[in-house]
Design a protein around this ligand. Sequence first.
Ligand SMILES: [Zn+2]
Length: 379
Amino acid sequence: MHAISVDEHELRTELVKEFCELVQVDSEPYEEADLGKVVEDKLLELGFEVERDGAGKKIGGNSGNLIARLPEARCSDEPPILLCAHLDRVPPGKGVKPRLDGDRIVSSGDTVLGADDAAGLVAILWGMRMARRVQPLLPPLEVVITVCEEKGLQGSRHLEYSKLRSKTGFVFDAARPVGVVITGAPTHIKFDVDVIGRAAHAGINPEDGVSAIRTAASAITRVPFGWVDDATTANIGMVTGGEAMNIVCERVHLVGEVRSHDDRIAKEVLEQIEDCFTEESVRSGARTKFEASTLYKSYHVEENSRAVQLLGCALDKIGRKMTLELSNGGTDANQFNANGIESVGLGIGFEQAHSTRESIAVEELVKAAKLAACLILRM
Ligand SMILES: [Zn+2]
């Protein structure tokens, strides 16, 4: 980065310090208030106006999303951009003890590290600090720090979108190297099935029973499973039911999911699954209750979009090649796109997320922060 003069050694030291500070504040889903306060104070110190929306109350958490904007940008005609990261981390995420292992930051091995998504928080905060050193009056910028991302994107689902002006967004939250841009992610549908048969004594009068287990099993062997096509997956991940060895099983509950980059195909596959359960229930004399809910909808951002163009320039400045990829997991970008903010996910370099082996190379943290600075400056 030419126009941004930073002492590399100082930057690395400060980034690691702030990263370690943030991951040491507990912040599991629904319990993000403490970390929210720390980040809010830092945003205020950087000159942002910050408000907390009402999402926390709606989802039963102790904090809403943070919405921050730069007051100085109000009178500018240039369209704002939105930068996003999330506060929550998956369990075991309490009592994180980060340490440097060579050029990587790791946890002590009994918790996650929380680089997902503290790396995103630190990148945005340091991007802002570096940008300020170059240009005191910055182009319009909105920052959204969400809660409960790890619980089906609930924070961004309940975000008060009327408070935002941005039509272009960047979500700092992908487990890929800096340079990877996630331009598409699937629709994700969760389904619950109850198969209800009839109980009877398994040894005396089994002929009076209708086995929910057997009915469910017949359906399970027929439903689409694994890769349905190259952009669609289906899974049944949980089966529970039954009372005892000697009772013809009356009830089975199943939980599964469908993902597809094509929203229409996701719905078709879901219908096929429901049909299998309905048909097998009719055959056996059981009943089926089928419920589905769409956690988030697919998006696809074009190569000639403003988001990808801004990234092309910014990544060039920090010496990273841009790689466009699709992801099969959802992020807050799914919700932003569904609400009219064309958004992409950004690789920020954390690895083995959602495990106690999670780590991040300091170099990736540095690049992610510089990328944020370039986007803020529209370099
Ligand atoms: Zn994340």
